[in-house]
Design a protein around this ligand. Sequence first.
Ligand code: GLN
Length: 292
Amino acid sequence: MIQWCLERLSQQQLTSLVQQTQAVQVSGELPTYLAPLASVNQRRFGVWVERIRGGSLGAGDWADHFALMSVVKPFLLLYLLETRGAAVVFDQVGREPSAYPFNSLEQLLVDQGWPRNPMINSGALVMAALLGGETSQFQTWLNQRANIHLALDQDLLKAVQQGDNHHNQALAQYLAKVKGFDPEQMLQVYFWVCCLSGNAADLARLGMLLVQPPPATVANAQIVVDLMISCGLYQASATWGGRLGLPLKSGVSGALLALVPGQGVVGIYSPPLDPAGNSILALRLLERLASL
Ligand code: GLN
């Protein structure tokens, strides 16, 4: 069992860990179906550590802006738990880990239209349907609660709308048939929330909503944290849960959110992805942090 101690981490240690990790040559993938995400500089690497005790630390390209993509899912879930309640949410989506990729139609077919969990696209599409026209309220809620500045990346949203969406479209069509949602609205809301953008510091501060939630949110935050542990990295969740022992969430932009319960949050940005869609060097950095 890894004993995390974020409090002892120094700026110098973090800076040198980032330099060492950034120097590693990796042959990762970029999401070719989303042109703006596939044309970024793969060498960018930013990290921000937000702590309950000991203040915050930033290293590398922490000020770079990137889209949250799937890292928005835990926060969409938190918002819906707060505003709609757990009974309404879990009437639509399950709490079990998935075995197939994050955008797999096969998984949804195997499960006869019942999305396994809110961390994969089928579950997030259903959550998007529950969010409906409240996208701006959701953005304001996140920014006010976490004291951050997430903004909608309009260019990316356009590219996503015009890009190759056949996986998500197939999921939305099937969900619409089974659950009676409007497939187009579901997709548009999903795209919109995925294109909320910020830097690694915004990401880490967002994570603090789960590590240090206001008293009234503790129970809902715990539901989200539990789902990040079992489902946050899709089919690779158990592997990385075993290696790092942390609640994690990844996005295809190269964003990675790591919660260290009781201590703080690490927000990382590094674009190259492994086959499951998780940032390779972000996970590498966490391994190094764990062995300090
Ligand atoms: N919008 C992205 C997609 O559906 C988000 C997926 C992700 O980050 N894993 O492809």
